[in-house]
Structure formats: C-alpha cells, structure tokens
Design a protein around this ligand. Structure first.
Ligand SMILES: C[S@@+](CC[C@H](N)C(=O)[O-])C[C@H]1O[C@@H](n2cnc3c(N)ncnc32)[C@H](O)[C@@H]1O
Length: 268
C-alpha cells in the first residue's frame, strides 16, 4: 500500500520537538488539550494508542495519568525525539530526575497499523493529526482505528474546526462602529476539500511548510461511519483564562471555536 509522504514534518521535527517541549506549547496546554483530556476522561489502566503522536507530549500526559500508552507517527525524527524524551525524562516537581513512563513509540502510517492486532486498544487518540492526512489516509486511519479498538473502544480526536478554520479561507474581521467593536469570523469555500499550506517560522527569516487538509464536518461523520465508528460526542475547545491572557486571539477564540474534539465509538 502506498504510504502518504511526510510533508515537511520530518524537516521540521527538531523545531517542532523544541516548540512542544515535554508538555506541549501554549496552544496545546491551554486550548487544545484541556477539552481533549475532558472527553478522554479517566484513562488509568487503559491501553491507549496515540496516533500521529508527534514528540509524545500528549502520550506522556496520558501515561502520567496511569494509561499504558503506545505512540505512532510517520515522521522518524519525531519518533526518535519522543523516544529520547522517554529514555531521558524531564525533571519533575518532586525531584530533578523524572522516571521513564513505559511508553513505546513506532514509526507507522496511521492508515496502516499492521503493527497491532485486532482489539489491542481501549482508546485511540489523535491530537491534531487527522488534519495532516489526505482524505484517503484519514479514512484508512479511521478504519484501522476501528480494527485495533476493543468492541467497547473509542476513537477521540482533536482537529481544526472545519466550520471556522481554513488558513487562507478563514479570518477574523475586526469592525469598529462608533464605540462598539465586533469581531467576526469570515469563512469561504467551506464545502470544498482542499490543501492548506502551513508556514512554520523555524528560524528568523526561515520558513518551512507542512500541508493539511480541509473538508466539511459532514465528511468526518460520514467517513467515520463508513469505517464502523459512530460519533458519540462533539466538543468545541474553549481557551483557559491563561490562554486568553497570553494570546491575542484568546478572547476571540472564546467566542468562536477554532478546534473541535470528536469522539466515535465502534458500531455494534
Ligand atoms: C500537528 S502535528 C501533531 C503532533 C501531536 N499529536 C501533537 O499534538 O503535538 C501532526 C503530526 O501528524 C503526523 N502525521 C501526518 N501524517 C501521518 C500519517 N499518515 N500517519 C502517522 N502520522 C502522521 C506528523 O508527522 C505530525 O507529527
């Protein structure tokens, strides 16, 4: 089966690992992860597969909550960075040396999880990963998630909100009328499927690109269903007070969500 090319993730792996650090950057810690963790609920003792795990920041959080975590990602250097963080844990509040968390990481395409047997996991989580997969790969990833989940298992994923985010096709509009300021979110080409180029400023004056994919919300529900998964929860990420204080977009995102969390369970 043809593998999806790692579009820039291999090239930006070192930058991304540093940006995310041990526990994720501001956007992950204070906007993306809190809603995702709330939907995940108690993961203690659960076997969790972190799909498109990046540098393992979420995998570590889940392992610290008692989950037995396996992480996979298509970019070998990101997997190596995650493994390095596992074997050389960051200092913790209780002492200068952390302890390894028992996480194993593998290089694998989310659309072909041949490394794992049927029903091997209670939870498959995918944090900001599905949007970086083509429609075909994402659909295969949903099918593979359904296969590796137990009968009661669930897939929980966080992604860009298809209704409000689309890089060049969505923007904030700040309108001042007299003493009133209104911030609007304008959106175009919602129903289309298209590629989005993400520019990462890896060094002053140096940009690298990754590609992500827009498709309408209905596509997700349909594709999940065709893969044997039914949507059982849908949440829209809310920024914490800390995020609102630290990021200019915070108050606007409180009003209009740019991310969503989808939970899907295996159909009987
Ligand atoms: C935005 S990053 C998110 C990483 C991590 N989950 C996080 O939240 O920090 C997207 C990740 O998806 C991975 N990825 C893209 N396509 C993939 C595929 N087909 N299979 C597995 N991983 C993939 C990339 O290598 C990258 O690590």
């Amino acid at each position: 089966m043809a593998q999806q090319k790692v579009l820039g993730w291999e090239e930006i792996a070192d930058y991304f690992d540093e940006k995310q650090g041990d526990e994720g950057d501001l956007w992950h810690r204070e906007l993306i992860n809190p809603t995702l963790l709330r939907v995940l609920g108690n993961v203690s003792g659960r076997r969790v597969l972190d799909l498109a795990c990046g540098n393992g920041a979420l995998a570590r959080q889940l392992a610290r909550k008692g989950a037995k975590v396996v992480g996979v990602d298509l970019a070998p250097t990101l997997v190596a960075r995650a493994q390095r963080r596992e074997s050389r844990p960051a200092p913790t509040r209780s002492g200068p040396l952390g302890t390894p968390l028992g996480i194993s990481y593998h290089v694998s395409d989310a659309g072909d999880l041949g490394l794992f047997g049927d029903g091997a996991f209670d939870v498959v989580v995918c944090n900001m990963g599905v949007l970086d997969m083509t429609d075909d790969t994402a659909h295969r990833a949903f099918k593979e998630a359904a296969r590796v989940l137990t009968a009661e298992g669930r897939l929980v994923m966080c992604t860009q909100h298809p209704c409000f985010e689309g890089n060049d096709t969505a923007a904030w509009v700040v309108e001042k009328l007299g003493r009133t300021t209104t911030v609007w979110r304008k959106v175009a080409r919602y129903r289309e499927h298209y590629e989005m180029v993400n520019n990462w400023r890896v060094a002053p004056g140096q940009f690298l690109q990754t590609i992500s994919y827009h498709r309408p919300l209905s596509w997700y529900v349909r594709s999940l269903r065709e893969a044997g998964l039914a949507v059982t929860a849908f949440e829209e990420n809310e920024p914490t007070e800390e995020f609102i204080l630290q990021d200019n977009e915070g108050a606007w995102i409180k009003d209009v969500p740019l991310h969503c969390v989808i939970e899907a369970r295996k159909l009987g």
